[in-house]
Design a protein around this ligand. Structure first.
Ligand code: HEM
Length: 463
């Protein structure tokens, strides 16, 4: 075959390729992406995005980007082209269109450490099945009959150990409370027992790795966390084998009414799936609510009036923003408010930016529990009842500390119960002050650098 003949034979294919290329180019040219800055090759703007800042602010990065580009902007974060949204409506739209237009998409390192069957990274039917099991286990009926008592018992156990005029880390105490509660609730492990204490120690190493850079080299926090993950999974697996034997021999104890027993009876998940489910619930249910309790202790000591009129849970969640943003990716090309969000791009709905948006909440960086007094008027009511004409634009829809849509936090009711009961007994029984200055920083996970050291005084014997 001559070169001319070969060229003639291939020309339709070449033509089609050129046409396709032009089509892609013209589509790219007609896309109206939001404004923004893609930063350096590969790392993009990730370093700036992750720079620590005060937890009651949106941080310098967000502030500068919003004032330059508006509430919806493009960037390159975590190695991917990303649309960042500080826009309340777009955030709701993204969360409510889970599985249709957008999908949960956490960085691969999160799956590496929490496990590929973790509910946080699963999508589709498997996510639905795991979610159903968790929601049933934390149903309102169970919260009222069973968990309320347990939450109260664990609160009093921690508060009862505080000595008059002693100083300690409030954050560590809050962690002790939520860890003990979760270990009991998930695997019937009792506080103070050697196996529970060992699990707690492994868990601390594990947590340091979850929030560290995913560098899997000897000596790194991530590598140590992967080792702790294996140890924790071994403990859970032993518990599981023991429970299966007990169930087979009819030796189950009534107090072992826990998540492990629940999944074994109500699902046909594999061992690997059960281990990841238990580990991720331990993670999701421990760190978040303990930081929220520490935040409430911090905000309350700076606002003695609110201790008298406790209505602080929503305000703590709004201002403290334990979970600041969630990870999604676009499943289809989406057009929103004149901008295109291309299929495959990462999308980050930043819920904290909405909670700290001055057009939605009056003086957003101010801890003001009274703003929640009038339902539907949450942003603008204040202790001095200074109402504002734009208050009618404020709706409960803007308040999203637990995410939204089909992936709304499965433990939101339990978390609120834990905070309410803990704070109730705390203010009834103690006066407290900061033993040395500390404040909440977002790394972007929220943490008190000094552990929130407080000094406590008994008001009377513990009730
Ligand atoms: C104040 C405390 C808490 C906060 C602020 C919080 C926040 C959140 C947020 C924002 C999400 C959504 C993540 C996403 O959309 O990608 C989430 C998911 C989840 N949370 Fe919480 N959470 C808290 C406490 C708890 C507790 C106590 C549990 C119970 C064990 C829990 C279990 C879960 C689970 C299982 C999911 C995954 C739900 C799903 O993918 O369907 N959380 N949480």
């Amino acid at each position: 075959m001559s070169e001319i003949e070969l060229l003639l034979l291939l020309s339709p294919a070449i033509l089609a390729l050129i046409l396709l290329q032009n089509l892609i180019k013209s589509k790219k040219a007609t896309l109206k992406l939001p404004p923004g800055n893609m930063g350096w090759p590969f790392i993009g703007e990730t370093m700036g995005y992750l720079k620590p800042y005060s937890a009651t602010s949106i941080g310098e990065f967000m502030e500068q980007h919003i004032s330059r580009f508006g509430k919806i902007y493009k960037s390159n974060l975590f190695g991917e082209s990303t649309i960042v949204s500080a826009d309340a409506e777009l955030n709701r739209f993204i969360l409510q269109n889970e599985g249709r237009l957008f999908e949960c998409s956490y960085p691969r390192s999160i799956g590496g450490i929490l496990g590929k069957w973790s509910m946080l990274v699963l999508v589709g039917d498997m996510h639905r099945d795991m979610r159903t099991i968790s929601l049933n286990f934390m149903s309102n009926a169970r919260l009222r009959t069973h968990l309320l008592r347990e939450v109260e018992r664990h609160t009093l156990l921690v508060l009862g150990s505080w000595k008059e005029n002693s100083t300690f880390s409030a954050q560590d105490e809050a962690k002790k409370f939520t860890f003990n509660l979760m270990a009991k609730h998930i695997m019937s492990m009792d506080p103070g027992k050697p196996e529970t204490e060992q699990l707690k120690r492994e868990y601390i190493t594990f947590m340091k790795g979850v929030v560290s850079a995913p560098l899997n080299f000897p000596g790194t926090a991530y590598r140590k966390a992967l080792q702790s993950r294996s140890t924790i999974l071994r403990v859970i697996e032993l518990k599981m084998k023991d429970r299966i034997e007990k169930m087979r021999d009819g030796r189950e104890e009534t107090e072992e009414d826990d998540l492990l027993g629940w999944v074994l009876k109500h699902s046909n998940f594999s061992t690997e799936q059960i281990l990841d489910l238990i580990l991720s619930l331990l993670f999701a249910g421990h760190e978040t609510s303990s930081v929220s309790i520490a935040l409430a202790i911090y905000f309350l000591q700076g606002c003695p009036n609110s201790v008298q009129q406790l209505r602080v849970i929503s305000e703590t969640l709004r201002l403290g923003n334990v979970v600041r943003f969630v990870h999604r990716k676009a499943l289809k090309d989406v057009r929103y408010k004149g901008y295109d969000i291309p299929r495959g791009w990462k999308v980050l709905p930043v819920v904290s930016a909405v909670h700290l948006d001055p057009s939605i909440y009056d003086q957003p960086q101010h801890f003001n529990p009274w703003r929640w007094q009038n339902n539907g008027n949450r942003g603008y009511s204040s202790s001095s009842s200074s109402s504002n004409s734009s208050s009618s634009t404020t709706t409960n829809n803007n308040f999203m500390p637990f995410g939204g849509g089909p992936r709304l936090c499965a433990g939101s009711e339990l978390a609120k119960l834990e905070m309410a009961v803990f704070i109730h007994h705390l203010v009834l029984n103690y006066h407290w002050e900061l033993a040395e200055p500390d404040h909440a920083l977002a790394f972007p996970f929220v943490d008190f650098p000094k552990g929130l050291p407080i000094r406590v005084h008994h008001l009377h014997d513990l009730i």
